[in-house]
Design a protein around this ligand. Structure first.
Ligand code: HEM
Length: 387
């Protein structure tokens, strides 16, 4: 919790290929927690308080199609509480009921104690209990506050496809849960115009979801760039968060200065956003190196053992381009990666907004590194990828 965010730099030299890009996940790496956890907590708390079912929602049973994610929501919050209190004992403590299950969890850095709904299975029984939507959504709100990640519960339908039946999606930046909830995996990606989904991803993803075993969690990383508001409009969240618990919930600009939750600068107003058409600003943004961020996600997939649902976690990191440009070899590698994007990928990543400014800046930084005799740079990220 005192450590810096993991420095993911998941772009490669040379040709860009659309693939699933999955790796095995070591179990103690399920959830990453770092020194930004308080900022994420305050942003999420604000989102949950102001945007309701737009950010936390669990769908009921849809007879003949797919079951509710209500049971998996309860399973998830207990799994998270157990995992986090073991993995990060300095950040979380739990209380237990006389029967031994976790009854509450305290997030120590923000002094918040959250009371968990009873577990899915009571001691000595194997039957999963019934869960109402209200109870499940409460569980998802708690899960949202415990981790920096967004959360999506995928439930297998009668047709063998996986449906997005429940989620806590507070900081997606470029898509809205309300456009995707209830859809099968395929429609989520097709309607979002994900490049080369049909040709390169569809079949392997479907196969993967159907067969995924409980003990083989995986991760993948992606990246693109985000234009954020100019410096004079931003304010540091820690200052406002520390001053008092109240005022920070009154003004989006103060709670989330870099538009982690929703990129107004690129996509315009969240409520009038047109699904499938990201990069549609209300006003032309101020594109300059200081306003550019590498936005990169670290996603994990894992099957929950009791309910059989798959939990998809999405942890988003925002890194200032100006900082990245100081790292040896990074500006040259980033520029090479951008130049290798196929046309459909360029469009999807919204290159039109920032490409000219960013490439010019990266080329200059790369040249300066070379002139100052920087170390011989490897063109192969090799074993260390995605760093
Ligand atoms: C192995 C699993 C998965 C793979 C390989 C995959 C692949 C992708 C790819 C390639 C993209 C384009 C952006 C990027 O490069 O990441 C994307 C976008 C997206 N994916 Fe997935 N995905 C997976 C699972 C899921 C799941 C479980 C969800 C459930 C909510 C999901 C929701 C989305 C959404 C909402 C977008 C953005 C679409 C848009 O721009 O409207 N993905 N995915």
């Amino acid at each position: 919790m005192n450590s810096k965010p993991v420095p993911y730099r998941p772009f490669r030299w040379g040709a860009y290929h659309v693939t699933m890009g999955i790796r095995d996940m070591p179990w103690d790496g399920w959830i990453e927690l770092d020194n930004q956890m308080k900022s994420y907590y305050y942003i999420k708390k604000h989102r949950v308080a102001t945007r309701g079912t737009n950010v936390v929602r669990v769908l009921p049973d849809r007879p003949g199609i797919v079951n509710s994610a209500s049971q998996s929501a309860i399973e998830l919050v207990h799994e998270l509480a157990d995992y986090l209190s073991n993995r990060y004992p300095d950040a979380f403590t739990v209380s237990r009921s006389p029967l031994g299950h976790i009854s509450s969890i305290t997030i120590i850095p923000v002094h918040d104690t959250l009371h968990l709904p009873p577990p899915l299975v009571t001691k000595g029984s194997t039957e999963l209990r019934k869960v109402s939507i209200e109870e499940a959504e409460l569980a998802m709100k708690i899960s949202a506050l415990l981790v920096q990640d967004d959360l999506a519960l995928m439930v297998e339908g009668t047709d063998g496809r996986y449906y997005f039946q429940g989620g806590a999606v507070c900081v997606p930046g470029f898509w809205r849960m309300r456009d995707k909830i209830g859809l099968p995996l395929e429609d989520i990606h097709v309607q979002g115009h994900v490049p080369q989904y049909e040709t390169r991803l569809h079949n392997s993803m479907d196969r993967y979801f159907k067969r995924m075993p409980v003990d083989k969690p995986i991760v993948r990383n992606n990246y693109f760039f985000q234009v954020i508001p100019p410096r004079e409009v931003r304010q540091p969240i820690e200052t406002s968060a520390q001053s008092s618990a109240k005022p920070i919930f009154e003004n989006d600009g103060i709670v989330d200065p870099e538009e982690l939750a929703w990129s107004v600068t690129t996509n315009g107003n969240e409520d009038t956003f047109l699904h499938g058409h990201p990069i549609n600003p209300d006003e032309p943004p101020v594109v300059a190196a200081e306003n550019l961020r590498l936005r990169t996600e670290r996603q994990s997939l894992r099957r929950l053992p009791l309910s059989g649902a798959i939990i998809f976690t999405i942890r988003t990191y925002l890194f200032p381009v100006e900082e990245l440009a100081k790292e040896p070899g990074i500006p040259a590698r980033m520029a090479s990666a951008m130049r290798s994007w196929p046309e459909d990928v360029r469009r999807y990543k919204g290159n039109g907004l920032y490409e000219k400014v960013l490439l010019k800046y990266l080329d200059k930084a790369a040249e300066e590194q070379q002139l100052s005799g920087g170390e011989e740079l490897s063109k192969d990220p090799g074993k260390g990828f995605p760093y």
